[in-house]
Design a protein around this ligand. Sequence first.
Ligand code: GLY
Length: 258
Amino acid sequence: MTQFTRAIVRPPAANFADGLTSVDLGKPDFAKALEQHARYCDALEQCGLTLTRLPADPQFPDSTFVEDTAILTPGAAILTRPGAASRAGEVAGVEPTLRQLFQRIHAIATPGTVDGGDICQIKKHFIIGVSERTNANGARQLADLLVQEGFTSAVVDIRGVSGILHLKSGSSYLGDNRVVLIDALADHPAFSGYAIVRIAPEENYAANFLRINDQLIVSAGHPKFESAVRGFGYPVIVLDMSEFQKMDGALSCLSLRF
Ligand code: GLY
């Protein structure tokens, strides 16, 4: 399992509610979002990570979702080109920090688009979701860059899967060769070599969680999933993500971990 020591985070800006969303869960409460973000940062620190805290950026209402701006490997950062026009400028806000922290910087070039939320790492292998945000050209560029960095990859087209924005809205690597998947992805051949842990359909949002070293961070309100992962023996931190869920965001979206 990848061992993480650091993460980059950015709190939501006051205009967070102006960001993109495809769900109809109401407008997020900004004060509550800030509080939930603070608890999220506490949890990452509890898992042993040192945080680089970027300032809130009201130029980009979705900029708290820093995961979408880069793919990180131990030696290199790959700058993405987010697929939503309103988010394209977010990468420039993260790049100077990544240049300080990584020896090698690569970048996805036009016409490719990649959102970090479409990239699911399983040990030395990456599953790349082609979605409304990540296009086939971006997926090919990313696969080539990952080979240069010593990683393999496979592509999963999620454009026909309803209810998920990104690949990692419906899949996450739990560790110990177990992959957690929503039903719509459970039979995909890209995941055939793993032990599949299916999410109950009413708990699909729980498919996005974080494995940080030996610890799991899961979203509150998903008792079946929580009980399943506790049953596997993982220590679990549970966080309320309600305000981020309203903006199509989940646990992994709020940090870049390395
Ligand atoms: N609100 C997150 C996104 O749509 O990218």
